[in-house]
Design a protein around this ligand. Structure first.
Ligand SMILES: *Cc1c(COP(=O)(O)O)cnc(C)c1O
Length: 398
């Protein structure tokens, strides 16, 4: 019989019933240390009292009114996001891919109203991930996500990441924008060189293109800055965000400069649920927490500590680990054993981590972890590595 739940995921056989801070509790009472955070979403862990209060308080007042009316929470959150970023304006969505979709539409529309209706193509990079709608998989360009879904949505041209010459060569009279993740998360925590990203900025300026940074995974404190572009000394024109901004509530946004957004006049875009009062209550509370003094320095410091510990782990298990990558609390371990095996072995030890492309596992814990959780995770990672090395020896002997 066909599963009543559409079987598009290879799910682990564990169901969680409760969360507290950086820990999750399964049906059988087993406790797990969560270094996956719902795939880099639960920036403040599980059941953070401030976020619970924000959501439940709003839930008792008003859930949804639609965007036919003013939504005060949207006005407040947009104003705050504008104050702390390069952006002049924000549109709220329910997910990352919707924020990306608006970024694509906005870039095309910008060129359209700038006297270049012929410019609609967007240059993207191999290994990218921009979500799973038809435009999202075309932008990401990964064969495994495109296969069997008919002709790829037109308008996305892919080049190797890190190759400025290739990006320049891909520009045609039809190019509207360049789209890049400052760190490719899904693709394997691949940090793109600052020089390369600055080069893209320059290229866009010279050629009248918009620069779109997909900060859905890197944003909202994940790298130790509010947004990863702050490390680079440049700003994008358009920036889809999601994941961390909702802390687990489905929320995204597309931020942009006034210039980039100038084509988005009434009627050009919309969403029934986007920016509903529940999401806005949580988003504003998340921003309170992430903007608190000392919070981002904490992320940077604990990220450096974790990274240092991971370097030690690597030295201890050179047959299992190849490399440590990433920044802040967006860290990856490139493995010499299949990453799916390692994720399962870590889970057996009580640690949740997430696979990524390029045979990498991602360590993307809640941003609120402390050194005690890092030490706990290190012990479990080490035990998982030992268990795999031991089973590897057994297969060799057999
Ligand atoms: C997760 C992610 C997306 C897609 O977000 P959804 O909420 O799953 O639609 C897009 N881009 C990046 C960089 C992401 O990490």
């Amino acid at each position: 019989m066909f599963p009543s739940l559409l079987p598009t995921y290879n799910r682990a056989d564990v169901a969680f019933v409760r969360g507290e801070g950086s820990y999750l509790f399964a049906e059988d009472g087993q406790r797990y240390l969560d270094f996956g955070a719902g795939i880099a979403v639960n920036a403040f862990g599980h059941a953070h009292p401030r976020l619970v209060a924000a959501l439940t308080e709003q839930a008792g007042k008003l859930w949804h009114t639609s965007n036919l009316y003013r939504v005060p929470g949207q006005e407040a959150l947009a104003k705050r996001l504008v104050e702390v970023t390069f952006a002049d304006t924000a549109f709220f969505t329910n997910s990352g891919v919707e924020a990306c979709e608006l970024a694509f539409k906005m870039a095309r529309r910008y060129q359209h109203v700038s006297g270049h209706p012929e410019r609609f193509r967007i240059i993207t990079f191999e290994g990218a991930f921009h979500g799973r709608t038809l435009a999202g998989i075309a932008a990401g360009g990964q064969a495994k996500y495109l296969e069997g879904f008919g002709p790829k949505v037109d308008g996305f041209d892919q080049v190797p990441p890190g190759d400025l010459k290739a990006a320049e060569a891909a520009i045609t009279p039809q190019t509207a924008a360049i789209l890049v993740e400052p760190i490719q998360g899904e693709g394997g925590v691949r940090v793109l060189p600052a020089e390369f990203l600055r080069g893209l900025r320059k290229l866009c300026d010279e050629r009248g293109l918009l620069l779109i940074f997909d900060e859905i995974q890197t944003g909202v404190g994940r790298t130790g800055k509010l947004f990863a572009y702050e490390w680079l000394g440049i700003t994008p024109d358009i920036m889809p965000i999601a994941k961390g901004i909702g802390g687990g509530y489905p929320l995204g946004a597309c931020l942009a400069t006034a210039e980039a957004a100038k084509g988005m006049t009434p009627g050009t875009h919309g969403s029934t649920y986007g920016g509903n009062p529940l999401g806005m209550a949580v988003g504003n509370a998340v921003l309170d927490l992430v903007l608190a003094p000392d919070f981002l320095p904490h992320v940077e410091a604990i990220g450096n500590y974790l990274r240092q510990q991971l370097a030690g782990l690597l030295a201890e298990h050179p047959m299992v680990f190849e490399e440590v990558r990433g920044q802040g609390l967006l860290l990856g371990l490139k493995l010499r054993v299949p990453n799916t095996d390692f994720v399962a072995a870590a889970r057996k030890q009580g640690l949740l981590i997430v696979g990524a492309g390029d045979n990498v596992v991602r360590l993307v814990p809640p941003l609120v972890i402390e050194e005690a959780q890092v030490r706990e995770a290190m012990a479990m990672l080490s035990a998982a590595a030992k268990s795999l090395a031991a089973s590897g020896k057994k297969t060799e002997a057999a």
